[in-house]
Ligand binder design. Structure first.
Ligand SMILES: [Zn+2]
Length: 312
């Protein structure tokens, strides 16, 4: 069966999720560089919800503005997120069905990090936004680690408990880990979902042991709009942030991480990084040329004959 745009619109409407009525907060300064001059790129997301994506004029960070507050995102992940993604794709995606996909992802990522973790003496793992625990569980088994997982979605954390992981239902920005430190921290397909990327990375830096490793990956925003040839289709309320290579690298350097290896994933959409703690370079910034290039490319995708033709 061919899924048409009309079917998709109907399926999303049937969820009766009132995005406009959700409590929101305005972003007044850039989470990466602190600048206050923004460029509004878009006015609705891929689901058709009225939401703007802004770009920081100084560093090129792209983010939703205004965006839902922590409480609204809490209820979003507790029952709206997976049904919404299912309605968008026209097939059931839930805490069970995503596990096959996560197993494949886990195998690939484990091989990427293996050279750095083997013989490193690492004993403990923290998976931030670890969903059903499939990835953490795989890492625990492959590398003999003790695994802890934190995620805001109760149904997914339930599945993670079944796999024998220590679990926390909540957000890493809000949870107090006390004096606990971890040898390996993984943030898989999660950074784009965070409410405060800079704050979380600073927190992770504190949670990481002296010789620890951080694995993190992004949905490359440029890859996302180039593959769909639509900037709107590359944005969604699930993602408060839209990272690119220049903005992610600046985030990592500012937060006190040195990048050991980067990887363009086989899906051509994700970019992964393995990092170790380093002195923070608080002035690290994307070049102004990279910002100009991003804005020029966004305008090109929005206005080229190819893009206009598809939308007509
Ligand atoms: Zn900025």
């Amino acid at each position: 069966m061919v899924t048409t745009a009309v079917d998709r619109k109907d399926r999303i409407a049937a969820l009766r999720y009132d995005y406009a009525a959700q409590p929101k907060q305005s972003v007044t300064s850039c989470n990466l560089c602190g600048a206050t001059e923004f460029v509004i790129l878009t006015h609705h997301d891929r689901y058709g919800y009225p939401v703007q994506a802004h770009a920081c004029r100084r560093c090129g960070l792209v983010f939703l503005n205004p965006r839902m507050n922590a409480e609204a995102y809490g209820s979003f992940y507790n029952g709206v997120y997976r049904p919404l993604v299912s309605a968008f794709h026209g097939r059931l995606i839930d805490a069970r069905t995503i596990q096959d996909e996560q197993r494949e992802y886990a195998r690939e990522r484990a091989e990427f990090i293996r050279p750095f973790i083997t013989d490193s003496g690492a004993r403990t793992l923290l998976d931030i936004g670890g969903s059903t625990g499939v990835v953490a569980h795989h890492f625990v088994r492959e590398f003999g680690l003790q695994g802890t997982l934190i995620d805001p979605a109760p149904l997914e954390v339930e599945q993670a408990q079944v796999l024998g992981l220590q679990t926390v239902t909540g957000l890493v920005e809000e949870h107090d880990f006390g004096n606990e430190r971890f040898d390996v921290v993984i943030i898989c397909q999660t950074v784009d979902h965070l409410l405060d990327v800079g704050g979380t990375l600073a927190r992770v830096r504190q949670l990481l042991s002296k010789h620890g490793l951080l694995f993190i990956d992004i949905v490359d925003f440029r890859a996302a709009y180039l593959r769909n040839w639509s900037v709107e289709d590359a944005t969604k309320i699930d993602h408060p942030y839209y990272l690119t290579e220049p903005t992610m690298v600046a985030y990592l350097r500012r937060s006190g991480f040195a990048i050991l290896r980067s990887d363009y994933a086989a899906d051509h959409l994700h970019v992964s990084y393995i990092c170790r703690p380093d002195a923070a370079d608080e002035k690290a910034m994307p070049t102004s040329a990279s910002v100009d290039e991003l804005l020029r490319e966004v305008r090109y995708v929005q206005n080229s004959a190819h893009g206009a033709g598809l939308k007509a």
